[in-house]
Ligand binder design. Structure first.
Ligand code: FMN
Length: 194
């Protein structure tokens, strides 16, 4: 079997982000499961708000094209997203929306989302662990043509959830992360991205 190529990012660029910690823990777990992991930071791909006038006048921003090409080159994606007002934070939705516009633009011939397998995680210092965001994010990712695995990970009490090794300290949270990463590897199609 080919080694699956998995892209990982956090839906937060906040200094000290809990979701960046979760993305790092997921990247580590996936690498231990022998996936070929690329961990990126959305701070390196700043994008304006989706604006159809801007798209018409100036075209799709270069960073949206870069992200779309990166996604196309991978078999699977892990998103660690914060929950904002029980839903998807604007950084995550805006990123997905721009990439979906690349997918629909025939000029670029990039297949970012079709055939991509996705796993979702959320971290919040609250008691619900950001889980309400994941229902909405799941629906959006399915709408853009990806397959989303049923397993997902939610880290509550995130401010004290990660140990010095960067992994969750709670056994149940480690098990949830393991199950989600395992499912992502199992369900993705290695070679899609080549
Ligand atoms: C506009 C806004 C709305 C938020 N709404 C929620 C929420 O509904 N549920 C929740 O658990 N946390 C909520 N939070 C708190 C975030 O979970 C918290 O800022 C978290 O640290 C964000 O993730 P990060 O650490 O990866 O940046 C909200 C934060 C902001 C800025």
């Amino acid at each position: 079997m080919q080694t699956p190529k998995i892209l990982v990012f956090a839906g937060s660029i906040r200094i000290g982000s809990f979701n960046r910690q979760l993305a790092q823990a997921a990247a580590k777990t996936l690498a231990l499961m022998e996936a070929d992991v690329t961990l990126i930071d959305l701070a390196d791909y700043p994008l304006p708000l989706v604006d159809e006038n801007l798209r018409k006048d100036e075209g799709i921003p270069e960073n949206a094209l870069k992200l779309a090409r990166l996604l196309e080159a991978h078999d699977a994606l892990f998103i660690a997203s914060p929950e904002y007002n029980a839903s998807i934070p604007p950084l995550v939705k805006n990123t997905i929306d721009w990439v979906s516009l690349v997918d629909h633009d025939r000029q670029h011939r990039i297949r970012a989302f079709a055939g991509l397998t996705v796993a979702l995680g959320a971290a919040s210092d609250g008691r619900l662990g950001g889980i309400r965001c994941l229902y909405h994010l799941r629906a959006v990712m399915m709408n853009v043509g990806t397959q989303v695995v049923s397993e997902q990970v939610s880290i509550f009490g995130a401010a004290s959830a990660f140990g010095e090794d960067g992994m969750p300290t709670e056994e149940r949270q480690v098990a949830m992360l393991d199950r989600t990463c395992k499912a992502l590897i199992e369900y993705c199609t290695p070679g899609r991205g080549r």
